[in-house]
Design a protein around this ligand. Structure first.
Ligand SMILES: *[C@@H]1O[C@H](CO)[C@@H](O)[C@H](O)[C@H]1NC(C)=O
Ligand SMILES: *[C@@H]1O[C@H](CO)[C@@H](O)[C@H](O)[C@H]1NC(C)=O
Length: 180
């Protein structure tokens, strides 16, 4: 996540690209907890040696989310937000994660986002968790089930079908074995 949101060049740079699509997420997105609902308050990123990419779970405050959306609306950016698809899972060994995805935090976060009227264009589920993954991977069947759950959450929260953003999955490397 961008550090200095008030930097004048940032808004200007986004505007110059005219409806620039911004993808929020990346290697830490599956460790981020949204500071809302039952997960509030949460604690900021700290470095633990056994964490994914050297980080433990971190925290996105709603104040920061508000400021980011302020910036996006001012600049006309189109937003793809990468959701945490590892929440509730546990690390089995090395990069392999198992267990059911816990959707509570995502539910609360999407609900908050809708209540504020923030126009997220698409929600992406997890960062490159397919195939061999980058830092983490999840079994395809498990991932598929959770995508279905996320889809139903979006359907439930965005009341009208036309207002429903796209759901992007798996947003990772193509690996034939993983898909079959
Ligand atoms: C990060 O980890 C290093 C080494 O384990 C430690 O010395 C340092 O204090 C840690 N930094 C923070 C902010 O926790
Ligand atoms: C899921 O996560 C929420 C917090 O986001 C927690 O309160 C709840 O107990 C978790 N549910 C399960 C089944 O672990």
């Amino acid at each position: 996540f961008v550090q200095d949101l008030d930097h004048p060049f940032l808004a200007q740079a986004i505007q110059e690209f005219h409806n620039l699509r911004i993808r929020l997420g990346g290697s830490l997105q599956d460790r981020v907890v949204y500071d809302v609902g039952t997960n509030s308050p949460c604690s900021p990123f700290t470095n633990v040696s056994n964490g994914l990419f050297g980080f433990s779970a971190g925290c996105l405050s709603m104040d920061r989310w508000d400021k980011l959306n302020d910036l996006f609306q001012k600049t006309g950016a189109i937003i793809t937000f990468g959701l945490n698809a590892l929440h509730g899972r546990y690390n089995v060994q090395r990069s392999f994660w198992a267990g059911k995805w816990n959707s509570t935090n995502t539910y609360d976060f999407v609900e908050y986002t809708i209540s504020k009227g923030y126009p997220v264009d698409s929600w992406e589920f997890g960062n490159e968790l397919s195939g061999h993954g980058t830092g983490a991977r999840v079994d395809a069947k498990l991932y598929g089930k959770d995508v279905i759950e996320l889809k139903s959450i979006l359907r439930q929260l965005y009341r009208t079908p036309l207002s429903q953003p796209l759901l992007l999955a798996p947003g990772g490397f193509f690996d034939q074995q993983w898909y079959t």
